[in-house]
Write a protein that binds this ligand. Structure first.
Ligand code: ZN
Ligand code: MN
Length: 154
């Protein structure tokens, strides 16, 4: 089993119990895996990883644990129109880039100014904007097409 920071278990326990959930070894294993990776795994990928240590865990338990963590604010769920979902152990505001070929999702480090968002919504009557999700699309280094993709022309 991976070494892990006991203070992260304490943080998990507090967050779970604060939202009326029990601390379980299954939830802890799922949380540790998510907190330690930046690959934005699907539930299946979390299951395959966590099963290495908890051989009797089921995909359904992994899925429910992920949803519990999201409900407690310990993880973020990234949903897509094709019904796939990925999970992020990083909960501070940040943006993503997603590969059009393999679906891989990576963090991007740039920021967008609030004033840019205000510019986008100007003239949109009858809608109160409270947040936004920015996602870049393109190809990861593994999937970049032969000869290079057509880049975005600004
Ligand atoms: Zn890719
Ligand atoms: Mn992320």
């Amino acid at each position: 089993m991976l070494m892990h920071d006991p203070s992260s278990d304490l943080r998990l326990r507090k967050a779970l119990e604060g939202s009326g959930h029990r601390f379980t070894e299954q939830r802890a294993a799922v949380y540790r895996f998510l907190a330690d990776t930046d690959v934005h795994p699907t539930a299946d990928e979390v299951y395959l990883a966590v099963r290495q240590d908890l051989t009797r865990i089921s995909l359904a338990t992994v899925y429910k644990s992920l949803e519990t963590l999201v409900g407690c604010g310990l993880a973020v769920k990234l949903t897509y129109g094709d019904n796939s979902a990925r999970y992020d152990g990083r909960t501070d505001p940040h943006h993503h880039a997603r590969c059009l070929n393999c679906g891989r999702v990576v963090d991007i480090h740039g920021k967008i100014a609030d004033s840019e968002i205000e510019g986008l919504q100007s003239g949109t009557a009858g809608f109160t904007v409270t947040g936004f999700r920015l996602e870049l699309s393109g190809y990861c280094a593994t999937c970049v097409p032969e000869g290079g993709p057509d880049p975005l022309h600004a």
